[in-house]
Design a protein around this ligand. Structure first.
Ligand code: ADP
Ligand code: MG
Length: 700
């Protein structure tokens, strides 16, 4: 029997081919099921109104009822807009629209009574509302019988053809009786009861046509939970399957190298967090399962050392290890610091990057295949097919967010038994996001910085106070400290950005002239040789100031650098700013981060800057970032793993997500194969969802 939910949307009464096409193209609604999943994004409480005179604050939504006055089309071309005034007994407020003018203007009648919903903003000391939703009072009152009216998302194009919120609501109204009985329950009886008792179908109906606020809340909770629960269940099931199907190399012993290094070569005591994490990883790698572990730790928390200890464990058990870094600069730095750490130990460490000369590369690859190279450090070059290991046991991936899922998979394919994988990230990911994205991985967190780190003083300065900033840099340089000045370079190919860096270099060179001072510069358009040369000069203290783009964002470690100046800080994302700031505060007594911006800042930019000034906690920063950008943007386009959520929200529903995770985990612990009759509905729904998942194990 064909599933009624899969019926093409065209067949719904009132749709037809033209609107069907519009629904598909504009709103992604192709089937009955899609329309059901097109949930309202808010509800109008028809019983409650604000008054113009009572508006006090910006951005808090208001619902007003009044007479429309002075409907005007003003401005030319780009600046063209529609304005009107809404007048009630307490005053009047300006309304303005910049888009959708053509179909809005004829709808808005001067002297007519309207209901207006929107968020007031202050402009020249007066409130106005940009792009409010409007509805004639007459049609509004018709709907007043339903106190909570759903508001559906739409587009201007769709709305112009009658598919505004009201139009969509009508379609849903037609649809609901037809799908009666087709929406199967997916949760167990006991879970449904825990969540307030509404069955799946009942809940979907309630969300589209709420009877009471209280029932609506229960329906929303149930559906959100269901969404989050099945994501968690899939991830945990996947992990379970991986562990059953894929064996892992057993690193059973802690041997000579690890012990010698630990006892005699460790330059400092490990922090408690480092010790704990090494233990977690050790246990994992000895378990007989393949390890897939995410290591989160703020910048400077000492992840490299943890990785090194794990690599030594691999070596002790007769395996090779690889360390993958996202940039040439970082790969070299890792290579140098690991070589230095291991001095005097019989471990052969080699570096392979895109710039490794052909001759050296050939002998390196031969040695690698023969097992004579123990640790291979490098960039993407490691992924090439000709890079063959004798016995690869552990892959460490640094700064994971720059590597795609496929690249991880390619690295894994380099051994018969998949190597253990340790993914390190210095960009803390909000807990909720980590849970949804990496729910199939184990997560370790280094939540403690090595002792003696001083807090970094972060300030926001405007461009016009640049001279004072320069004077401050001079005083720091005179104390023997070094300074980074970073410019935004979003696209390495953007010429205008490159010009900013070059201009910055010039003006700093003039302000800090030779021979007394030396200013260096690095950016992504330089050849690696020049870049390395410049980096090396700064590392050795031969340059006082390094003008740079974000090539220095990740991982670069120069303890004597005490000031990080970020130019056009408003153009950087929060996690980038946090990364940049992490370049200082690694040695010097006092460190500073100076965020330079123009006078005008948008709301989001201001929030970003203020957050940086307020806190140094990477996790807190990442939470703000998530709120500002949403999960998809936060992870970047490379991360395709962000699941689509219809109702739940990773910021607002964090508690529900926790609950869903715990419930899913408990369920699998108690009933690993989901065989209990009470779990039959869950098992069926899970199977249905997982059959669409082409890729099993995103990492393996
Ligand atoms: P990240 O986690 O950002 O990669 P690194 O591994 O680069 O941090 O470590 C930052 C600095 O702290 C390095 O200079 C490293 O040698 C040092 N370090 C690491 N662990 C400790 C420790 N337990 N005590 C003191 N310094 C440490
Ligand atoms: Mg690092």
């Amino acid at each position: 029997m064909p599933d009624v939910l899969e019926t093409p949307i065209e067949y719904l009464k009132g749709v037809g081919s033209q609107r069907g096409e519009l629904l598909r193209k504009e709103l992604g609604i192709g089937t009955y099921a899609d329309l059901l999943l097109h949930y309202p994004f808010r509800y109008v409480d028809r019983t409650h109104f604000n008054t113009v005179g009572s508006i006090r604050e910006e951005h808090a939504p208001v619902q007003l009822r009044g007479i429309l006055r002075q409907v005007r089309m003003v401005g030319e071309r780009q600046a063209r807009r529609l304005t009107a005034k809404l007048e009630d007994a307490t005053g009047s407020i300006e309304l303005v629209w910049f888009r959708g003018l053509r179909w809005l203007q004829p709808v808005l009648k001067e002297g007519g009574e309207y209901i207006v919903y929107g968020k007031p903003t202050l402009f020249r000391d007066r409130f106005n509302i940009a792009h409010p939703e409007v509805e004639a009072a007459a049609t509004w009152d018709e709907g007043a019988a339903t106190p909570l009216q759903p508001v559906y998302g739409t587009t201007e194009k769709a709305a112009a053809k009658g598919l505004n919120s009201r139009g969509i609501a009508k379609l849903v109204q037609v649809l609901l009786p037809q799908v009666n009985g087709a929406l199967h329950e997916t949760l167990s009886r006991s879970l449904v009861d825990q969540l307030g008792g509404l069955g799946r179908e009942e809940a979907v109906m309630e969300v589209h046509f709420p009877q009471t606020r209280e029932r609506l809340d229960r329906a929303l909770k149930r559906l959100k939970f269901e969404e989050l629960f099945f994501i968690q269940l899939q991830l945990l099931k996947q992990k379970q399957l991986m562990q059953q199907e894929v064996g892992g190399n057993v690193f059973g012993q802690v041997g000579e190298l690890f012990n010698t290094f630990y006892a005699h070569h460790l330059p400092f005591e490990l922090t408690g967090a480092q010790k704990r994490v090494v233990k977690e990883i050790r246990r994992d790698m000895a378990s007989g399962h393949q390890m897939n572990r995410l290591l989160q730790g703020d910048v400077g928390s000492g992840k490299t050392l943890v990785a090194l200890l794990c690599m030594l464990l691999a070596l002790d058990n007769g395996f090779q290890a690889a360390l993958l870094a996202p940039t040439e600069v970082l790969a070299q730095q890792h290579f140098r610091s690991i070589s230095r750490f291991l001095e005097g130990l019989p471990v052969r460490v080699r570096l392979l990057t895109g710039t490794t000369k052909a001759a050296g590369r050939k002998s390196l690859l031969t040695a690698l295949k023969a097992g004579e190279v123990h640790i291979l450090v490098g960039t993407h070059a490691l992924l090439e097919d000709r890079v063959v290991f004798q016995r690869l046991g552990l892959v460490v991936i640094d700064e994971q967010h720059r590597f795609g899922v496929q690249q991880r998979a390619r690295m894994q394919a380099k051994a018969e038994v998949p190597p253990h994988v340790l993914v390190m990230t210095a960009t803390p990911i909000p807990r909720t996001l980590a849970m949804t994205l990496y729910g199939d991985l184990d997560v370790s967190v280094i939540d403690e910085l090595p002792p003696g780190r001083k807090p970094i003083r972060t300030v926001h300065r405007y461009d016009h106070s640049r001279n004072a900033m320069f004077a401050f840099l001079e005083s720091e340089i005179q104390k023997g400290r070094q300074v980074y000045v970073v410019y935004p370079l979003i696209e390495e190919s953007e010429k205008s950005d490159l010009k900013d860096v070059a201009d910055g270099f010039e003006s700093l060179s003039r302000r800090f002239p030779l021979p007394k001072y030396a200013v260096g510069m690095v950016h992504g358009r330089m050849t690696p040789e020049v870049k390395d040369y410049e980096m090396a000069r700064f590392t050795k203290g031969e340059t006082n100031v390094l003008v740079a783009t974000t090539v220095i964002e990740v991982g670069v470690d120069v303890p004597n650098a005490s000031v990080m100046v970020v130019e056009n800080a408003e153009r950087f994302g929060l996690s980038q700013l946090h990364q940049l700031r992490g370049r200082v505060g690694r040695g010097a007594e006092h460190s500073y981060c100076i965020l330079m911006t123009g006078d005008k800042l948008g709301n989001d930019s201001r929030t970003r800057i203020n957050t940086m000034v307020r806190t140094q906690d990477g996790f807190e920063i990442s939470e703000v970032d998530l709120r500002l950008r949403g999960p998809g943007d936060l992870m970047g386009t490379q991360q395709s793993g962000v699941p689509q959520l219809h109702l739940a929200d990773l910021v607002q529903d964090a508690d529900l997500l926790q609950q869903a995770r715990r419930t899913a985990q408990r369920l699998l612990d108690e009933d690993p194969e989901l065989r209990h009759p009470g779990n039959a509905l869950i098992a069926a729904a899970l199977q249905e969802q997982m059959k669409d998942r082409a890729v099993w194990g995103r990492i393996g």
